[in-house]
Design a protein around this ligand. Structure first.
Ligand code: PLP
Length: 431
């Protein structure tokens, strides 16, 4: 096997530049730990960007996949369907919020789930407009990127976007955007920019992922539910990053006590195997004509087997409660660090369950972003053996995504590394 330096050189020659990569080349991983090709150990608080909520290679998930591989690996659900897909659909229909009849379709990536949810909403309403939010991330396909609330790098250089997509400011108390302001812009928009009777769907992440772990206030989600009901707009909860036990509930929308019409999910859904889903109101899901949705690999049997095992593991190991416990511990530690003298660069600490971020600012009066410090903290952590990710529309937040199965001593070890990394980066900046 090549070492890291060799792989970096080979990657530079062989792989598209547009595919961003970190410098850690993985050799193996188990639960919360990952070893690179040079034998260096890391605690992994990125987990494949919120995918391995159940840890790397959970034994129960690996066993389910191995068992499925003995039977068959692919038939295409359109050609020879299989029970695992049907069972998973039944389970997702029951698990998603909303006391109404539901149906599910499976696809492969988060972006594909978003595309299909929009297609269903359009077919159901006979309208084409979509309302999204600033700072949103919904994927890199054509509609996905149009829905993203950040130009660089997601839309830059990629030509015309689909029409009738508008963006409303996502409320962000830390940056001075209140729920009232956001709702007022939405109200104006529906009067001045887009006829509500042309709007098929409104799509929102209950906690923005790439956008900086910004938490939609529950009253905001409830207000959106009301507006969608008034105008016959399909409300889509994009739970691709926040869903599947990450925030202390199976779906982050549950914190608001209202249900979306459609839920998109992926990432944590299949514990490291590529799978995504759209679950929602039966009549909306079934509005798509037969043959109009699906795909060759959609609902792959191995990924479906993994996903059914993921749902068992979440239940058996109480991972929703564990997400809350882990998140509380991280937030308490970060709040303590932020309260110390010399740590004023930590402008905000926020989180819902085990979806926690802190934002780096040049000063607490302006809250101006400190992107360089953010990068320095991520690099310091990597050097010390902790994988963390930056995020945020201003690229000045650090997000922490521990597996919900992380042993407590490794959580403590990771927080010690994080604290040392923050101090080192801040001291280096001051030097
Ligand atoms: C909220 C949200 N929606 C959609 C996507 C797109 O998912 P994928 O990268 O699997 O296409 C992501 C990916 O980060 C996401 O966080």
């Amino acid at each position: 096997m090549s070492n890291t330096e060799q792989l970096k050189a080979r990657r530079a020659d062989a792989v598209a530049n547009g595919v961003a990569t970190r410098g850690i080349y993985a050799a193996r991983a188990q639960n919360a730990e990952l070893w690179d090709v040079d034998g260096k150990r890391f605690i992994d608080f990125a987990v494949g960007i919120a995918v391995n909520n159940t840890g790397h290679r959970h034994p129960k998930i690996m066993a389910a996949v191995a068992q499925q591989a003995e039977a068959f690996t692919h038939t295409c659900f359109h050609v020879a369907p299989y029970e695992g897909y049907v069972s998973l659909a039944e389970r997702l229909n029951a698990a998603t919020p909303g006391d109404f009849a539901k149906k599910t379709m499976l696809v492969t990536t988060g972006a594909e789930a978003v595309e299909n949810a929009v297609k269903m909403a359009r077919a159901f309403t006979g309208r084409s407009g979509v309302i999204a939010f600033t700072g949103a991330f919904h994927g890199r396909t054509l509609m996905g990127m149009a829905l993203c609330g950040k130009v660089t790098p997601y839309k830059k250089a990629f030509g015309a976007m689909p029409p009738e997509v508008v963006h409303v400011p996502f409320p962000n108390a830390f940056h001075g955007v209140s729920v009232e302001q956001s709702l007022s812009v939405l109200d104006n928009m529906l009067k001045s920019s887009i006829d509500p009777e042309r709007v098929a769907a409104m799509i929102i992440e209950p906690v923005q992922g790439e956008g900086g772990f910004n938490i939609a206030p529950p009253e905001f989600l409830r207000a959106l539910r009301k507006i969608c009901d008034e105008h016959g707009i399909v409300l889509i909860a994009d739970e691709v990053q926040a869903g599947i036990a990450r925030t202390g509930k199976m779906f982050a929308f549950e914190h608001a006590g209202v249900a979306a019409d459609l839920v998109t999910m992926a990432k944590g859904l299949a514990g490291g195997f590529p799978l995504s889903a759209v679950t929602g109101r039966k009549e909306v899901v079934d509005a798509a004509p037969v043959g109009g949705i699906g795909g060759t690999y959609a609902g792959n049997p191995l990924a479906v087997a993994a996903s059914n095992a993921v749902l068992d593991v979440i239940d058996e190991e109480n991972l929703c409660a564990r997400a809350t416990e882990i998140g509380d511990k991280i937030i308490a530690r970060l709040a303590d660090i932020a309260s110390r003298q010399g740590m004023e660069a930590i402008g905000d600490v926020r989180g819902l369950g085990a979806m926690v971020a802190f934002e780096l600012v040049t000063d607490r009066d302006s809250n101006a972003p400190d992107t360089a410090l953010t990068q320095a903290i991520v690099a310091e952590a990597e050097a010390r053996g902790l994988i963390i990710l930056p995020c945020g529309t201003r690229a000045n937040a650090v997000r922490l995504l521990p597996p919900l199965t992380v042993p407590m001593d490794q959580l403590d070890e990771a927080l010690d590394i994080l604290e040392a990394s923050i101090e080192a980066a801040i001291n280096a900046k001051g030097a």
